[in-house]
Design a protein around this ligand. Structure first.
Ligand code: NDP
Length: 488
């Protein structure tokens, strides 16, 4: 495993006083790696190196830049098992989920490789005769990225791929809980032939290295994923110096199940949405708003499903749910479980599973009869906890779904097309599903939310790509002479 930072195409061991300690969440006695953290001085060197490398990269035709991404898909596909294993060991998700995450990142690379041929401007008529007006897109320069631990391969890739194909250089701070996967991502790009200096990795802490990226005057844009509290702070700091920002932050995603929902389809979708990746997905289902007429049946099936899930180390082929990522998150989730027991009715789980004390495991948990003003109903828990609240029909479902400060994703289960379309229009989330789980995103589709979930441009799709570009409007006067035709 590479330890340390990657600056100007070389792996180095930073000399910071703080340590990065990468611990296996399935067995906390296993230290996967330990090394000194990067410092703000390392960020300064990384930005300087990125600036130099970017000047040449901006001149490389975008299709050629895209070919580097295409080669990265080939490398990543060849190294898929290695990537999945690293991801599972340090983040905790089980190997099938880890592999799925790697494949998702590969799809993002594929999409952006093709975008190299399609970075679009627009041609529009001028009001003036003999003037040709059009737009072009140019890279921003050096862009900063701050990423979390929950998708340590997919999120860095979905930020890096569009930034690179658009002609930028990157300074990235991954979560210090998942530096192994981040280093493998760098290796994939390196093996794919990305010129040195374009992807700089500084492995350190958010409150110094992260902040140094956000504050650096040569970092033209910052792309952040993490908590709402941190993200809004990043947004405010970057905005003060006029940098572009996109932040993808918290979620409290709801499924609304109407009386006519297909319960046989609904229950597996809820088990997947709530407990997949141990609930540590920004798109996880954390609330079920279920019509009173079917609530009893649904909760019963959910409880049975939750209790049957096999919790265990991500590398155990039989495991269906891995551990929580780190002790602080475990404490946070356990705190919400205790709170939930006071606020609602515990139906399944509610604590740590027996026999797995060496790791940071919790049980898949279902709370029923959750009042809409309960904290477990409103606050992001980021763990395998589903809160169920009964409703009477669509209108109440929409109102309750919207009664939180977040707005990432949502889903409705119904056979009634009118109800589904009303929900799509009125639910306050950036992504809406009909008859499928709240989770997931696709490379070609915009990803992001409303309210306190997101600020700035959507990620992925061409929107995500164009965030990393500056648009120029061009006026070419071919009338000849001293602008004889000038009417503006
Ligand atoms: P944070 O928001 O604290 O961290 C996300 C990233 O930001 C990390 O790389 C972190 O570094 C960095 N960071 C922290 N402080 C600063 C700062 N002042 N300036 C710049 N960068 C900074 O999330 P956590 O990982 O601590 O998780 C806490 C909660 O966040 C979770 O319980 C969950 O609710 C939410 N979350 C949401 C995610 C999503 O996908 N929407 C993803 C992950 C978390 P460092 O780790 O060194 O602090």
């Amino acid at each position: 495993m590479r330890t340390g930072s990657y600056i100007d195409g070389r792996w180095e061991h930073p000399r910071g006083e703080r340590q990065v300690r990468n611990v296996d969440p399935a067995d906390t006695s296993v230290v996967l790696a330990e090394f000194p953290a990067a410092t703000p001085a390392d960020v300064a060197r990384a930005v300087e190196g990125a600036r130099r490398a970017q000047a040449a990269w901006a001149d490389v035709p975008p299709p050629e830049r895209g070919r580097v991404l295409w080669r990265a898909t080939e490398v990543a596909r060849r190294r898929v098992d290695e990537l999945a294993l690293a991801l599972s060991r340090e983040e905790g998700k089980h190997l099938r989920e880890a592999r799925g995450e790697v494949l998702k990142g590969i799809a993002v690379l594929e999409f952006n490789a093709g975008e190299g041929f399609r970075i679009q401007g627009r041609t529009l008529p001028s009001e003036t005769k003999d003037v040709f007006t059009y737009t072009i897109r140019r890279p921003l320069g050096v862009v900063g990225m701050i990423t979390p631990w929950n998708f340590p391969w997919a999120i860095p890739v979905w930020k890096a791929a569009p930034a690179l194909v658009a002609g930028n250089a990157i300074v990235m701070k991954p979560s210090e809980f998942t530096p192994w996967t981040a280093s493998l991502m760098v290796e994939v790009f390196e093996e794919a032939g990305l010129p040195p200096g374009l992807l700089q990795l500084v492995v350190g802490y958010g409150d110094d290295v992260g902040q140094a990226i956000v504050d650096h005057p040569d970092v033209a844009a910052v792309s952040f994923t993490g908590s709402t509290a941190t993200g809004l702070g990043v947004y405010a700091r970057a905005a003060r110096r006029g940098a572009k920002v996109t932040c993808e932050m918290g979620g409290k995603n709801a499924v609304v199940a109407l009386a006519d929902a297909d319960v046989d389809a609904l229950v597996p979708a809820l088990l997947n949405g709530a407990f997949g990746s141990t609930g540590q997905r920004c798109t996880a289902t954390s609330r079920l708003l279920v019509d009173r007429s079917i609530a009893g049946r649904v909760v019963e099936a959910l409880v049975e499903g939750a209790r049957a899930l096999k919790v265990g180390p991500g590398t155990d082929p039989a495991a269906q749910m891995g551990p929580i990522v780190n002790p602080a998150q475990l404490e946070r989730v356990l705190g919400y479980l205790e709170l939930g027991k006071r606020e609602a009715k515990l139906c399944a789980g509610g604590g740590r599973p027996a026999g797995l004390e060496r790791g940071l495991f919790v049980e898949p948990t279902v709370f029923a009869d959750v009042p809409p003003d309960a904290r477990i109903f409103r606050e992001e828990i980021f763990g395998p906890v589903l809160s169920v609240c009964p409703i009477d029909g669509l209108e109440e479902g929409i109102a309750r779904a919207n009664a939180v400060e977040y707005g990432l994703t949502s889903s409705i289960y119904t056979r009634d097309l009118q109800a589904a379309m009303r929900f799509v229009e009125r639910v306050e989330t950036g992504m809406v599903h009909v008859n499928e789980p709240t989770v997931g995103g696709e490379a070609q589709l915009p990803f992001g939310g409303m309210k306190k979930t997101s600020v700035g441009e959507r990620e992925m799709s061409t929107d995500g790509l164009y965030f990393f570009t500056e648009q120029k409007t061009v006026f070419v006067n071919f009338a000849g002479g001293v602008a004889r035709n000038f009417v503006r």
